[in-house]
Write a protein that binds this ligand. Structure first.
Ligand SMILES: [Zn+2]
Length: 120
């Protein structure tokens, strides 16, 4: 179990396991946000301060919400708008201490074009 927080600390994130990899995506939103994503089954990540201290952004096919702290602006995660049993969510590892992430495999995902991992 690993805990992260936004810059001001209003939103805290607790993931159930150390991520297996961290993903950088080049889609039109992720490249602007600079998110570093770890994926978990929706509902397995625990938050404090969400949604009380967060705002969401919904775009495109409107399947997910990208969430940020409304005080410091840090992007904390994205989550499905209508979670199903097999839904996943993305946690922004930028909110975690870098020492916790040492040695983590870094993957690049081509969300802009092919929708594939570039290392496959
Ligand atoms: Zn904050």
């Amino acid at each position: 179990m690993l805990t992260g927080a936004c810059h001001c600390g209003a939103v805290r994130i607790e993931v159930p396991t150390r991520p297996r990899a961290a993903t950088l995506c080049n889609c039109s939103l992720c490249r602007r946000l600079g998110g570093l994503w770890a994926y978990y089954q929706a509902g397995t990540v625990r938050f404090s301060g969400h949604p009380e201290h967060t705002d969401g952004y919904v775009w495109g096919d409107r399947t997910l919400r990208t969430v940020r702290c409304r005080h410091c602006g840090c992007i904390t995660h994205w989550e499905p708008l209508a979670p199903q049993d097999d839904s996943h969510m993305g946690v922004n590892l930028r909110n975690f201490d870098p020492s916790e992430l040492e040695g983590l495999r870094l993957r690049r995902f081509d969300g802009a074009m092919s929708w594939k991992y570039l290392d496959e």
